[in-house]
Design a protein. Structure first.
Length: 328
């Protein structure tokens, strides 16, 4: 490794920021280039679950457990990241659902199946009809914007780091874009420019979500509920807003359908009304390539591309960064 050489990291999402941090810790001067004024990709839209979450995040559970441990270590060192060790309840509304969750219990060494009383003890805001849950007390919930801001603040306090906004750069038979001069002068470049290319025929998920006005209560854990092929996620942002989203195989009928089902599903778990909805969004997402949720390739000597696929990419980002920097 050329300690004190210059590493250029392209992309200002969680992948880029954690590569920048790992690069600094590995002795590189780091210049980070972002095509927008701030991150424009998937990270700001992430639910913010860090962990294993009852199988919802899709990637190899053993990797997710390691990613969770890496975040825990980083969060205890940097409190400003706002990673809350709330835990996540993967809830079931009937016995068949609970049996499916029991089968996932072994994938997370800290997870425990609990009945309805255990659910209320972990999260008193869940007053709907819930048969039980797989409780992942070691999972964390983060507000992605706060996480990105905390990582940026940590890096900006370091003289060996520079962030260059509005600076797109692409690599195809040489460097192109506003950031080319930085990339050309670098000793190493890591491209963290968003979701990895996926093979033809990989099915798409449609992820749809709503963000409510701040809620007067605290949602003490993250919540996931998988039923009939639909994965519902409910988390609370630092300002009290609830994010309710679901991921389902992409299908035109559903895309055109009104999103009242998100409200109905959330209200049936809360056993009461959801606050007014302030924002709605929908995005297609290729399903993760399970164990290959981190895709890394060396495009040319010293030029790497790293992509975090699917719904577990946030959790896996610290592992991906450590591994890439170790290979430079
Ligand atoms: C709806 C949704 C919910 C999710 N929820 C979770 C979750 O709860 N837990 C979890 O573990 N994972 C989750 N994920 C996955 C996770 O969010 C992603 O894997 C992760 O955020 C990807 O980060 P990234 O930095 O690789 O990409 P991005 O966040 O997409 O960042 C890429 C950045 O690169 C910049 N860029 C692109 N091209 C260029 C260029 N040519 N030059 C300069 N800059 C460029 C973009 O502007 C962007 O800012 C979720 C994903 C989605 C879509």
């Amino acid at each position: 490794m050329r300690a004190n050489g210059t590493l250029v990291v392209v992309g200002g999402g969680v992948c880029g920021l954690l590569h920048a941090l790992a690069g600094r810790r590995g002795g590189w001067r780091v210049v980070q280039l972002e095509r927008g004024s701030g991150p424009t990709g998937a990270t700001p839209w992430a639910f913010g679950l860090i962990g294993v979450a009852g199988g919802v995040l899709g990637a190899d559970p053993a990797l997710l457990v390691r990613g969770r441990a890496a975040w825990r270590a980083l969060a205890s060192e940097v409190p400003g990241l706002g990673v809350r060790d709330d835990g996540v309840l993967a809830v079931a509304t009937d016995d068949a659902g609970l049996a499916r969750l029991e089968a996932l219990e072994g994938a997370d060494p800290e997870a425990l199946v609990v009945g309805a009383i255990g659910v209320r003890e972990a999260n008193g805001a869940l007053r709907g009809t819930i048969a039980g849950a797989l409780h992942h007390p070691g999972d964390a919930v983060a507000d992605p914007l706060r996480l990105l801001g905390g990582l940026r603040a940590l890096l900006e306090a370091d003289d060996g780091y520079a962030y260059v906004a509005d600076s797109a750069v692409t690599f195809a038979d040489g460097w192109h874009g506003e950031g080319s001069a930085h990339a050309e002068a670098a000793d190493r470049v890591v491209l963290c420019t968003g979701r990895p290319p996926v093979a033809d025929g990989v099915p798409e998920l449609l992820v749809q979500g709503v963000v409510t006005a701040p809620w007067g209560e605290r949602l003490a854990t993250g919540v996931v509920h998988v039923a009939d092929g639909v994965a519902l996620v409910m988390v609370q942002r630092a300002g009290g807003e609830l994010v309710v989203a679901d991921a389902t195989p992409r299908d035109a009928t559903r895309e055109e359908a009104p999103r009242g089902f998100l409200r109905a599903a959330a209200e049936s778990l809360l056993g009461g009304p959801l606050p007014p909805v302030r924002r709605r969004w929908a995005a297609p997402l290729e399903t993760p390539l399970a164990a290959r949720a981190v895709v890394r390739e060396e495009l040319a000597p010293g030029i790497w591309r790293v992509g975090l696929g699917g719904l577990g990419g946030l959790t896996l980002a610290p592992l991906a960064a450590a591994e890439t920097i170790g290979r430079l």
